[in-house]
Design a protein around this ligand. Sequence first.
Ligand SMILES: O=C(O)CCC(=O)C(=O)O
Length: 406
Amino acid sequence: MRDLRESSAVVHDPQEIRRRIAEDGYIFLRGLLDPAPIRRLAFDTLTALQAEGWLRDGHPPDEAPLEPPARDFKNSNFFGGYIALQRLEYFHALIHQPALTTVMRNLFGSDVFPHPRKIGRIVWPTRLGTTPGIYAHQDFVVEGVPDMFTSWIPFVDCPRELGGLAILTGSQNEGVVPRLHRVDPGDDAWATTDYRVGDVLIFHCLTAHAALPNTTERLRLSGDYRWQSSAQEIPADALLPHLHGPVPGWDELSRDWSSTDWIKTPPGLRTTERTGGELPDFPASPFVRIPPQEPYDREHTVLAGIFNNMQDSFRPEKAVGENAVIEYRIVSESGNHRWQVQVSGSRCLAVPGGDEDASVTITSTLHDYLMITGGKADPIDAFGRGALVIDGDFTVALQQTEWFRD
Ligand SMILES: O=C(O)CCC(=O)C(=O)O
């Protein structure tokens, strides 16, 4: 793995910045932001987490040992602490430091704006639990906005062992890809650094990236902030607080703020509803050169993302002694897709095709499957109306839903 290329020296040269984005897929700006208020944000976050029981009492919050269990987005015990972070005004305000807004305007043009939804990362030591960002992915597949950029900002100094972000250099020019390899520390296409508070990493939504494991005994605190042009549609959920539902709405979060400018969007912005499994269609872009994709390959890419996520969220401790092959048959006009999820004890593999004997097969149209996995349709209801057909061992079909992260 190599070091991220620093671009601080050329930050006032928009042409050179765009050239580096086109070449590398990212720019890394060491010390762009004033670190003092960000350090305060980290301290306030840790103070709130201590009050929520994440850190041991009786110690200063920035020195207190962790109180397991590890918490992440998929666990209900995560939300007390996460809501406390979302309530902190500076968590939302920090990207409005002029140094960063100027860079984004130089890159995009004057109609750039940040998504109101800001994603906080409170990442536990890997040995204590899983972390959602650790698999390699492209943000375009998650958000569906072409030419969106993410600014990734550490709230604490983030040496490699704390598990900052790594970038697969140049990957944006491969287009949307179905399977990204895990970070290979021996591969020089991957790049990272020892981040310091004040640094900003900005990358295109097709640039593959992944968090490194946190091998310390501390939390890694950081934020993901997405930017796009107001000429493009914004996903409706990017207007809401992150994980809205368990996380309350803006009225409640912003009750004590001095301003709500941080969550405003440009007038006339068009929104789009997403099912979470849209087919990637990437129009011509000033930032990347992308190879065209056939409809079947585009579908395969989306399904690969879904099945790879399933593999990554497997919890071996919930499938002790289990051996099963769940075969998915997904029917589409451009061709049928077949995937096997092969579980044997501590291992889970998601395999396109796959030639093991299936314990159970689950068949649906691509549309229905995307609605279900995107949380827009209820699987039991889909089964009841024949949109999901189950053949074989029914018990396995029901039990396997318990084997993945809750
Ligand atoms: O910080 C992380 O753990 C992951 C960040 C990420 O995946 C993103 O910014 O899209």
